[in-house]
Design a protein around this ligand. Structure first.
Ligand SMILES: NC(=O)c1ccc[n+]([C@@H]2O[C@H](COP(=O)([O-])OP(=O)(O)OC[C@H]3O[C@@H](n4cnc5c(N)ncnc54)[C@H](OP(=O)(O)O)[C@@H]3O)[C@@H](O)[C@H]2O)c1
Length: 161
């Protein structure tokens, strides 16, 4: 139930998160914490009074602690650029933010996955290519690799569309 809830949106300056924030406002979230990177130029631009801009960087997990405190929902619409960005945000960042959400007592963590997970895209050339790229070993960073067990019954994976 979004109405009256406290929501955190990661990657709040991104195209997907912007639309998500509009929807959360429409659905009556009482507080929306729009997380932007400190390096992101403009920190304003969200019109509704329920939206507050907070600074945080997924690659520095401690910068998100305060934003997650007391939140009902965390929406992860962030996406890194380049190899290091993809590693920090799309690989290790998913596990570390999900673990932090659990630690902070967040009720639900929602990840905006790639549109290529949709069954319609099963034979898409990019998905075929990505499926052949070996994943980095979780052993390289045991504290931050995605831990699906830690999500327990809050784990709800659905294709978009
Ligand atoms: N399932 C679907 O149908 C579907 C459709 C569209 C998109 N998506 C997925 O949604 C995700 C976002 O796509 P998009 O097009 O909205 O991307 P985007 O416009 O590039 O936005 C990504 C956001 O992530 C932020 N970010 C990058 N590194 C960060 C970090 N270290 N800490 C915090 N924030 C960070 C960026 O911040 P800055 O503004 O500071 O650069 C940016 O605002 C992607 O994974 C994409 O595949 C899925």
């Amino acid at each position: 139930m979004i109405n009256g809830s406290v929501c955190v949106v990661l990657g709040a300056r991104g195209k997907t998160s912007q639309r998500l924030i509009e929807l959360l406002v429409k659905k009556g979230a009482s507080e929306i914490r729009a997380v932007v990177r400190p390096s992101t130029e403009s920190a304003s631009g969200f019109d509704d009074a329920s939206v507050s801009v907070v600074q945080g960087d997924i690659s520095k997990i401690d910068t998100l602690r305060e934003a997650f405190q007391g939140a009902n929902y965390v929406f992860n619409g962030a996406s890194g650029k380049g190899y290091q960005g993809a590693m920090d945000v799309d690989w290790f960042g998913v596990g570390s933010t999900a673990s932090l959400a659990k630690e902070a007592g967040v009720e639900q963590y929602l990840l905006v996955s790639s549109q290529f997970v949709h069954p319609d895209n099963h034979w898409h050339p990019i998905r075929l290519l990505l499926n052949t790229v070996p994943n980095p070993s979780p052993d390289t960073s045991p504290d931050t690799s995605p831990d699906t067990n830690s999500l327990e019954s809050n784990n709800d994976i659905r294709p978009a569309g």
